[in-house]
Structures are given as C-alpha cells and as structure tokens.
Design a protein around this ligand. Structure first.
Ligand code: ADP
Ligand code: MG
Length: 408
C-alpha cells in the first residue's frame, strides 16, 4: 500500500493501523484515506462568538477515516460507519436523511451528518460528480488520536476527516474550505451544537509550522508563523476534568456578552473599548461588566501576541498567555481549581514562557509555551499537579497542516 512520501511516520503508522482494521472488518481493502488534525487554541478564548479573534494551531493528533464504496448489491445497500474509539458501528440508508434515527448528541449525528453534508455541498467546478452519490453506500472506519471531549476539537477532526473521505469516495472533489463548511453543517444542523467557525477551519486549512489568525467577524484567515522548534515547544496537558456544567454556563456567558454589547450600543463586543465599557457600567451587572472586560482585553491580547511572535519576543507572548488565563479565571470565571493549579505549576517552571487554559474552560486542557530543554521538567510538574487523574500524560504538540486525503 502506497502512502504519500511526505506523510510523517506518526500519521503513517496511524493510517496503516486503520487500514488493517478496515481490512479485518470488511474483508476487502479500503480504497481511500483521509486524516484531519485536532487543534489547540494558543490565545483568544470566548472571543469567537463576539466577532473577535482566535489563534489556533493544528496539532499532530489526527482522526483518520478509511473506507470504500460498498458493493452495489441489495445485501450491501446500506452505508455504515464504525468508530474504533467507541467500538460502535451504525448503518444507515444513504438515500434517507432521518436524523431522528440517531440519539440526540450521540456520535452518529456527527459522522453520518458529515456524509450527508458532503452530499448537500456543491461540488467544485469541473469535477464530475459520482453518477448517483446520494444512493451510493459507503463503508467507513474512523480511528482518532485526538482525545474525545477534551477541548482539542475531536469533533471537528472526526467530521472533517469523514467529510474528506466521503468527498473522495463520492467523486465530489471538495476543497478544504468546503470540507470545513460541510463539517460545520454536520455539527450545527445534525449534531445540534452551536459551534463557531474555528475548529473546522483549522482542521481543514492549517499550514504546517503555522498558527492561524481567524477573524470571526468575516471568517478571514491569516497564517501566523510560529517560532522554530529549537526556540519553543507547545505542551498540552489534560486536567482530567470533563466540562460537565459547560453547556449552561456557555449559554449564560453568551447572554452576558449580548447584554453588554447592547448596553454599549455596539453590534458585538469586538467593537467596544474599555472606555465604552466604563461609560455603560452603570447599566450592567458587575458580572456582565467583568465578562465584557475579558472579551475586550482578550481580543487586544491576540493581536499583541501575534506582534510578540513576529518580534520573536517569547517572554511578552508568554505574559499575554498568563494574562489571558487570569482574565478567564477572575473576570470570565470559566476556570476550575485543577486548571489554575496546572497553570501555576507551569508558570513556576524555569524555561516556561506562558501557560493558560485552552478551550471553553471548566476542565479540558492547558497549553504552555516553553523552551525545548524545559519540557521534561514541565511535564513532570504538570503530571504532579493533576495527580494522575488525566487520561493521558502531557505531550509536546507539533504544528501540522490541515486535512489530507488519498486514494489507495
Ligand atoms: P471536542 O471537540 O473538544 O473533543 P466535543 O464535545 O465538541 O469535544 O466533541 C466530542 C464528540 O465528538 C464526541 O462525544 C463524539 O460524539 C464526537 N467524536 C469525536 N471524535 C470521534 C470519533 N473518533 N468517533 C466518533 N465520534 C467522535
Ligand atoms: Mg468539538
């Protein structure tokens, strides 16, 4: 089996294992592969739904999807998807769109939804679509090394990978931006998650060695070069806490932001200044004022962070990460004791530039920038800080490119 020459040994190993798993399950080899990465957000938290800025990096954890068109005989007329992570399979009639067949919030809505979204997407110009894509049964196996539900965007990795595979198998030839849109459609419409644009955009469009500045107002993207691996490494550590209360709290924070923007008479907090906030403070609760202050200052921090990277000023970049964490903890109030302990442990480690919670908060992961020779001590201290409750140890993340797919 031939894989592209530029594929990393890590991803190559994961792809080979998925292909073997497929062969064992289906009895025939897969005919195509797709892989989409997870991501970590370096800075810019809770800014996305305020029309603000985010700065994610695609990381060397992938969801790999492999499969083929099922034989066109009546015994194989249904599509099926198996996920190795959950050891579960679903079957569905490719010509039907019955989302109610799958439990609300459960994984099939994401992955079956991704296949449906590819069928709904307009094919790229010039590509001859498969003769009858909407009745073509697919057989798909996914296997992900992005931890599920940890704030590293496993949902986007799995939907983008599944969409890319379906696009290839069905002859739809969707470019990365269209795959991101299809994956987002799956998550929003079929899984019912009111997600922003960040996760699918970075999973689909990331460039190796670069972060991506996304302006969530107009969805424009700009690659941002990261310092070399000799200067800095990115360490991701799981707190072992799952964001249990996150749903209601998330909605409440969005409401606070909406009220604050309305009180200041701006379309979104992106448009507000601290002076506007001071003028409107009498009309707002203390909590809403604090939330708005977080968003206004966090947007500014994203832009300052990019300037600091451009100037190779990693100390300033690190200070901005610590300020972001303090703001999320004290103003936006979405941290938790475990995340605070981890950030404090990281900040106290020699060679660390900065550290913060990443993702929505209330659990999930921290992201830390440090000198390469500080990573061993840092990971030891982070491990000690969480006391072994995390599902996996802290790891060094590399900045990888976005979704890829191949015919076998
Ligand atoms: P995150 O995207 O931060 O990991 P989410 O709650 O947004 O967390 O998404 C997690 C959900 O995405 C899982 O509960 C599951 O429904 C779906 N998912 C992600 N990866 C896979 C996978 N490999 N197989 C099946 N479902 C997956
Ligand atoms: Mg997600």
């Amino acid at each position: 089996m031939l894989l592209p020459g530029d594929i990393s040994p890590q991803l190559g190993g994961q792809v080979r294992a998925a292909l073997e798993r497929y062969l064992a399950r289906a009895g025939v080899p897969a005919s195509a592969v797709a892989a989409a990465p997870g991501r970590v957000n370096l800075i810019g938290e809770h800014t996305d739904y305020n029309d603000g800025f985010v700065l994610p990096v695609a990381i060397n954890r992938w969801c790999v999807a492999v499969g083929r068109v099922r034989l066109h005989d009546p015994a194989h007329a249904r599509s099926r998807i198996y996920t190795e992570n959950l050891d579960q399979a679903v079957e569905f009639d490719p010509s039907q769109r019955d989302v109610s067949a799958f439990e609300a919030g459960a994984w099939p809505r994401y992955l079956v939804g991704a296949v449906w979204s590819v069928l709904d997407a307009v094919p790229a110009g010039g590509a001859a679509p498969h003769s009858a894509p909407s009745i073509t049964p697919l057989d798909i196996v996914v296997a992900s090394t992005v931890p599920l539900g940890s704030g590293l965007a496993s949902s986007a990795a799995s939907t983008v990978a599944t969409a890319a595979l379906a696009s290839r198998l069905l002859g739809r030839n969707l470019p990365p931006a269209a795959l991101a849109a299809a994956a987002r459609h799956a998550e929003r419409t079929f899984a019912g998650v009111p997600c922003g644009i960040m996760d699918q955009d970075i999973a689909a469009c990331a460039q190796p060695g670069q972060a991506m500045l996304i302006d969530c107002r107009d969805a424009s993207q700009r690659p941002v070069a990261l310092p070399s691996a000799e200067q800095v490494v990115i360490v991701i550590a799981h707190s072992g806490v799952r964001h249990a209360l996150a749903g209601g709290q998330y909605a409440a924070r969005r409401e606070s932001c909406r009220r604050a923007a309305a009180a200041m008479g701006v379309p979104a907090l992106r448009d507000a200044t601290l002076a506007d906030l001071a003028s409107a403070a009498a009309k707002l609760s203390e909590h809403d004022t604090a939330c708005a202050r977080h968003v206004i200052t966090e947007n500014a921090r994203v832009l300052e962070f990019i300037q600091a990277l451009a100037a190779s000023d990693l100390h300033s970049a690190g200070r901005l990460m610590l300020a972001s964490h303090a703001s999320l903890r004290d103003l936006y109030r979405v941290s938790c004791p475990e995340l605070d302990t981890m950030v404090a442990a990281a900040a106290g480690t020699p060679g660390v530039f900065g550290s913060r919670l990443t993702g929505g908060g209330f659990g999930g992961c921290t992201v830390t920038l440090c000198r390469p020779n500080a990573a061993a001590e840092l990971t030891a201290r982070l491990r000690a800080a969480v006391g072994g409750s995390a599902a996996e140890p802290p790891f060094i993340a590399q900045a990888v490119g976005g979704v890829q797919s191949w015919a076998i």
